[in-house]
Design a protein around this ligand. Structure first.
Ligand SMILES: NC(=O)c1ccc[n+]([C@@H]2O[C@H](COP(=O)([O-])OP(=O)(O)OC[C@H]3O[C@@H](n4cnc5c(N)ncnc54)[C@H](O)[C@@H]3O)[C@@H](O)[C@H]2O)c1
Length: 305
């Protein structure tokens, strides 16, 4: 993909821009109500293209599989161009091939989000290919279910989980936001944390100290970053998934999965594409006023746990 192609989609966040249904009825167009606001924060003027993200350039980390692939698919289905960043090169390339079947040109870049040098190079590669980055979804994550006191004294499981689940989003956000700030077009960061970041109710059966600590930190960072980045029209939101079908939940025993299902009001796991739909909403014109929010996506899990 050339930078010229992507430059053609910049400017008005929605194809047709202000010429939607609202304008036809004589209602004020979004861009004219707050001329000072950037494209990721402008108020919606009509609902003729609900959840349209055509022309947006989106990075999703850990998008080779699981929830990340559901998010990448949702963006691709709604017209965005997606960069898949993942450590799994084979699955990452396969994911991009599948996204290609939905239309558009998408990109795989090998990247371990815990490696700062790799993150910088990956973000440079995406920016050079797309000419801009509108949305970053910090999704890549791992878990290590192990009692804290059973770890050896160098705490390897703790350090690896913190490196990926906390320092990964930190590395990515610093690299991408530096581009967004320089480009002066605003942007959106979506962090994927976990209901485990809000409650430790599962810690008896599934002890995962590093995981819940990292996810709680991500919830808090979301608000801190939203405040700090608002001057650059960069919004920051967070989704806390409850139990969701993915490769991560394949690590659980059937008993653990059955227990999880009993703990969800909806009595079913969430699906990656459902989380993708929420991400697309946040990135679309309709979601432009959501900022600094930490939203559970859990079928009611947090109501009863
Ligand atoms: N599945 C759930 O029930 C659930 C619940 C709450 C939160 N989450 C969160 O959702 C996110 C996605 O999890 P999932 O369930 O889809 O997991 P998954 O294991 O199915 O997929 C994770 C993806 O991230 C990639 N990845 C792992 N380490 C990486 C690294 N260092 N750098 C780049 N990519 C890396 C993997 O290769 C894989 O493609 C995670 O942040 C996880 O904590 C999942």
């Amino acid at each position: 993909m050339s930078a010229g192609q992507t430059a053609a989609v910049s400017g008005d966040p929605r194809p047709g821009g202000a010429a939607g249904g609202g304008a036809a009825l004589g209602w004020p167009a979004a861009a004219s109500t707050h001329p000072g606001r950037g494209p990721m924060t402008a108020p919606v003027g009509d609902l003729s293209r609900v959840m349209d993200v055509s022309g947006r350039c989106v990075i999703v980390t850990g998008a080779a599989a699981g929830i990340g692939f559901g998010i990448a698919r949702a963006f691709a289905e709604r017209g965005a161009t997606v960069a898949v960043l993942d450590i799994d090169m084979e699955a990452g390339r396969a994911a991009v091939a599948k996204l290609g079947l939905l239309g558009g040109q998408h990109l795989f870049v090998a990247c371990d989000v815990s490696d700062r040098g790799m993150v910088r190079r990956a973000v440079d590669t995406v920016h050079a290919a797309f000419g801009r980055i509108d949305v970053l979804v910090n999704n890549a994550g791992i878990n290590a279910v192990k009692p804290f006191l059973d770890m050896d004294e160098s705490l390897p499981e703790w350090h690896r989980v913190i490196d990926v689940d906390l320092h990964g989003p930190v590395n990515m956000t610093h690299a991408v936001d530096s581009k967004m700030r320089a480009d002066r077009q605003g942007g959106l960061i979506i962090n994927i944390s976990s209901v485990g970041g809000a409650r430790c109710s599962g810690s008896k059966d599934m002890p995962a100290a590093g995981y819940v600590a990292a996810k709680a930190a991500i919830n808090h960072l979301t608000v801190s970053w939203a405040i700090e980045f608002a001057d650059y029209d960069i919004r920051v939101n967070c989704i806390m998934p409850g139990p969701t079908h993915s490769r991560l939940d394949e690590q659980l025993t059937p008993e653990m999965k059955a227990r999880n299902e009993r703990m969800i009001l909806a009595r079913r796991y969430g699906e990656p594409l459902e989380i993708g739909a929420l991400c697309v909403f946040m990135a679309s014109a309709e979601g432009a006023h959501l900022n600094g929010v930490v939203i559970p996506h859990d079928g009611g899990y947090l109501c009863v746990n």
